[in-house]
Design a protein around this ligand. Structure first.
Ligand SMILES: Nc1ncnc2c1ncn2[C@@H]1O[C@H](COP(=O)(O)OP(=O)(O)OP(=O)(O)O)[C@@H](O)[C@H]1O
Length: 264
């Protein structure tokens, strides 16, 4: 029997009653969140409100103190995840050539060599890579290294992708290039993505949905759909809908930083 023409977009990720504290100071105390399959969710909020903590727990890198984080009912250990760290300099294995960095998680998965090479070639084409992947990370620019990190994260064909400040260590030109490539690939693959960014414009430009957080103990200050057409280009940033969204987000952010309620 054939499946439905349009796949149902039920919750891919479901967080219920999440609790986390550091040194007795609560970061999350009873936090809930649902993320639909294929959505790009940007998480934005004041410094230290717990954005990295949230995606690290969701990615299974950090234990929760209480509550559940499930992916269609599955624990994160049973889900293929990709993770791109902020600091590309520390994220890649320096003793491995770029291509071997990308192959590494696929080798760990036990994929056949032929499949590994096919995926490397596919990623090279997807990201229009023109530099030599036989080089070592130190022989590549920052943007090229971060691109290799992104390719490595996608090589496992993740069900969920976590991006923690993926562009923050890059110059503006490289950021724009990598952002454009990434949105293109993510939208085509339809991979559920959680993005932490300190840049409000970037968060809006890349997201289907923007989650604004409060100061600790962290709650949701606002949860906005970003119904702007894809692809989003530099022209998108001056469109009226974009500017209106940004204005609203700024008001929410200022209220969150000041610890006061947001005006309706
Ligand atoms: N391993 C840890 N031990 C103790 N405190 C921690 C630890 N990790 C995070 N924290 C604290 O928990 C809070 C949330 O940290 P987190 O890095 O998640 O915030 P963030 O919103 O990502 O911050 P930023 O905007 O500065 O990147 C901060 O106050 C931080 O100091």
């Amino acid at each position: 029997m054939e499946g439905p023409a349009i796949a149902p977009r039920e919750a891919a990720m479901s967080i219920r009653g999440l609790r986390k504290a550091f040194g007795g100071q609560p970061v999350y105390s009873g936090f809930d969140l649902d993320v639909r399959r294929g959505d790009i969710l940007a998480i934005f909020g004041p410094n230290g409100c717990g954005k990295s903590t949230l995606i690290n727990m969701a990615a299974g890198l950090l234990p929760v103190d209480g509550g559940t984080i499930l992916y269609d009912g599955r624990d994160v250990r049973d889900v293929r995840v990709g993770y791109v760290f902020q600091n590309y300099r520390e994220a890649l294995f320096p003793w491995m050539r770029a291509a071997d960095n990308i192959r590494y998680p696929m080798r760990r998965m036990g994929l056949p060599k032929r499949e590994i090479e096919a995926r490397v070639e596919r990623l090279k084409a997807e990201f229009r890579v023109r530099f030599d992947l036989a080089r070592y990370p130190y022989e590549l620019s920052g943007g090229q290294q971060q691109l290799v990190s992104v390719m490595r994260a996608l090589a496992v064909e993740p069900e969920v992708l976590f991006l923690d400040e993926p562009f923050s260590a890059l110059d503006f030109e490289t950021t724009l290039d990598l952002r454009a490539l990434l949105q293109d690939v993510l939208k085509r693959l339809g991979v559920t993505t959680l993005l932490v960014s300190h840049d409000l414009e970037e968060s809006i430009a890349l997201a289907d949905r923007l989650l604004m957080l409060t100061r600790r103990p962290t709650t949701v200050a606002d949860d906005l759909a970003v119904p702007l057409a894809w692809p989003r280009t530099s022209a998108t940033l001056s469109e009226l809908d974009f500017v209106a969204l940004k204005r609203r987000c700024l008001a929410v952010f200022e209220a969150a930083v000041a610890g006061r309620p947001v005006a309706a």
